[in-house]
Design a protein around this ligand. Structure first.
Ligand code: NDP
Ligand SMILES: O=C(O)C1=N[C@H](C(=O)O)C[C@H](O)C1
Length: 256
């Protein structure tokens, strides 16, 4: 297999550290640089304070971005403008930003993968929920994460609701006259699906999709107990993005 040169943005972060280890331990990946705005990372490769400085030094084949919503969007855009493929785990992008980045990837004719969840089990949980929603259209999503997470709802919860929207008629759920006596009690809402976000120390990344029917409840749940759970997905994305000429949003679209 041909060697793939990789740069990682956010190498000191919870996900970034795991990604550095993954790239270092994969024979056909080579870590060529990291981007750390505080230049505190010790990765044994050049550390750049910005993506522009990094690209001026050497263009990698693939940028892995694991930063924050604003930084991740800017990095992905900058990478595409420089003709560099990106694998983006960072969540919190708007639909408009995704559309803009897709147009840019296609204009440049290069690959980009934005995957709100790299865990294979989480992708299956989303697919199973999509399948089940045809039979149980009343759905509430409960996502639970560590208390350092910046975005709510999680990218996974948003993606789950989007996938369900592809196969389920729009639906008002709950009593038509229901009123919140405490704002937020019914959570956020996407296409009638209510999304509830829990943030607590001790949690990693968890999601439970509850589908209610007459006299029954189907619960589909996934738990990531360790961030290693995301790394096989990152590896597949780095390999696959080399072959793409467009932006793919969601790991489910590249798994066989
Ligand atoms: N797709 C998936 O499967 C997963 C996605 N995620 C997503 O990945 C992202 C990162 O999560 P996580 O690792 O937990 O977060 P962390 O806060 O642990 O890591 C983010 C890192 O990015 C750094 N950073 C911020 N700005 C810049 C910049 N301009 N240049 C370089 N680095 C920068 C931060 O540094 P500092 O703190 O010093 O500012 C920090 O080290 C989030 O959006 C999260 O939702 C998380 C898990 C799985
Ligand atoms: O911030 C996290 O931790 C995670 N973020 C992603 C999301 O927003 O869905 C993926 C996973 O849930 C962990």
């Amino acid at each position: 297999m041909e060697m793939i040169k990789v740069s990682i943005a956010g190498p000191r972060g919870r996900m970034g550290k795991e990604a550095v280890t993954l790239v270092e331990e994969t024979n056909h990946f080579e870590l060529v640089s990291v981007i750390d705005h505080k230049q505190e990372a010790s990765a044994g490769v050049p550390v750049f304070a910005s993506l522009e400085e990094c690209f001026a030094h050497e263009l990698p084949d693939v940028l892995i971005d694991l930063t924050t919503p604003e930084v991740g969007y800017t990095h992905t855009k900058t990478a595409l403008e420089h003709g560099v493929r990106s694998v983006v785990g960072t969540t919190g992008f708007t639909a408009e930003q995704l559309e803009e980045l897709k147009t840019l990837a296609e204009d440049k004719g290069i690959g980009c993968i934005i995957a709100p969840n790299f865990a294979i089990g989480a992708v299956l949980m989303m697919k199973f929920s999509q399948m089940a929603s045809k039979y149980f259209p009343d759905i509430e999503i409960l996502e639970l994460h560590h208390d350092q997470k910046l975005d709510a709802p999680s990218g996974t919860a948003v993606k789950t609701a989007e996938m369900i929207r592809e196969v389920r008629e729009s639906k008002e759920q709950g009593h038509p006259d229901e009123k919140e006596t405490l704002q937020g009690a019914r959570g956020a809402e996407m296409d009638g699906i209510h999304i509830h976000s829990v943030r607590l120390p001790g949690l990693v990344a968890h999601q439970q999709v509850m589908l209610g029917g007459e006299g029954e409840l189907l619960t589909i749940r996934h738990d990531s107990f360790h961030r290693k759970s995301f790394m096989s997905g990152v590896k597949v994305c780095v390999e696959t993005v080399m072959e793409l000429k467009t932006l793919v949003y969601g790991l489910e679209n590249i798994l066989e």
